[in-house]
Design a protein around this ligand. Sequence first.
Ligand SMILES: Cc1cc2nc3c(=O)[nH]c(=O)nc-3n(C[C@H](O)[C@H](O)[C@H](O)COP(=O)(O)O)c2cc1C
Length: 415
Amino acid sequence: MSVYGTEATVAAEVSIGTAEAQALDDAVATAGDAPSILNTQPWHWRQHGHVLDLALDPARTLAVADPDRRLATVSCGAALHHALVSLAAAGWHTTVIRAPGTGSSDHLATVRVDGRIPIEPESIARLRAVGRRYTDRRPVAGVHLDADKLRPIVAAAASQGSSLLLLRPRQAFGLARAADDAHRTETDGPAWQAELQRWAGGVRPGDTGLPGAVLPPAAAPATVVRRDFGHRGDMLVGEANDRSAAYAILYGDEDQPLDWIRAGEALSAAWLTATEIEVAVLPLSATIEVPASREAVRELLDGAGHPFLVLRFTALDPTAADGPHTPRLSTGQTVERAATDAPTPPSDLPEEDLVHENLDCGDLPELHIPSINEELVHQGECGRVHLPTGDTCTLHRHHDGSCQFVMLSGGQPGR
Ligand SMILES: Cc1cc2nc3c(=O)[nH]c(=O)nc-3n(C[C@H](O)[C@H](O)[C@H](O)COP(=O)(O)O)c2cc1C
């Protein structure tokens, strides 16, 4: 079975207009700018007809730091929100099914573009924020952060179904203790360090991970200790500490993949809002990665829910230049496109055989199409059945030209 599960795999191709195709391309490209744990970019898209399927790419997950794939799923949720921001800014209405239950736990969401909407100025502003957002790990230079500025950020997270708890100073000390413990576990653990070596430091091949240029040269003094990447980075930083930082916990009611997807969407919404109002965000995930520290952070929530990420907020210094940005995979490496034009049907097929060409199983997830041999489709073959004879096309999926029908062994139509 593919990472997209059964129904998505058999969804028929549907022709779409040029503007819609462009919007879907742009959505995938915009999603590529989303933040992700250690810049793993663990998302994979499949575009077919009006639909974008989002899946987690197991090859870009962290077996030691994130065995449950909580943080990878949060990252994919952020990519999903980025894609939706792009589609809204292009004036497309979307229907989203999260955790669509297609039989693959890696299939996280299905986005269907289903009509035009007016383009709102806020949508354009949000898309602009995507281009300006980045992770700034430099110590803060003491610019005062007005607490009122955090309200729209909290509201943005809430609009996506997750919550942000802003920590009072006493709670921040509790967080500092949890971060300290997590830091010790990770720096003393050979497996943790080996995994970090694979993803952080130096010159990065393949446009994933964190190059030395975006890492600070040494841990700066801070109330809540930051991640030790196992490398001394090359980033230029000044002398400062984070006394003017505010800390928050992103959390939700339950601790399931659906909650992690929504947490990622909330992270993206909160971060884009923060960018618009000149607030810098630094995610701190070590306390979530180490189970004992995650439990300590959960206790800070006092029964309100389950923690997904810790965030540091600081005021952007309007006079300072941007810090270094992190590289990205090319769009082509994260998307697979099914042919968008319906293939030319063989002329000898009766009309009823062609009905499936116009169907999209995203509408009818339970649909089993009689003129498609699903078993063959899952094996990467065309699988179209000529109903009157039962002959079946065994060419590869999305092959060019007409089907070539053959009788399968035993003469059983559709096996
Ligand atoms: C779930 C998650 C966890 C993260 N944890 C950390 C962290 O502990 N420390 C850190 O410096 N950055 C952290 N980041 C930021 C990523 O490293 C950053 O998003 C990625 O490198 C891409 O860079 P950009 O945000 O500048 O585009 C995290 C991001 C996400 C989405």
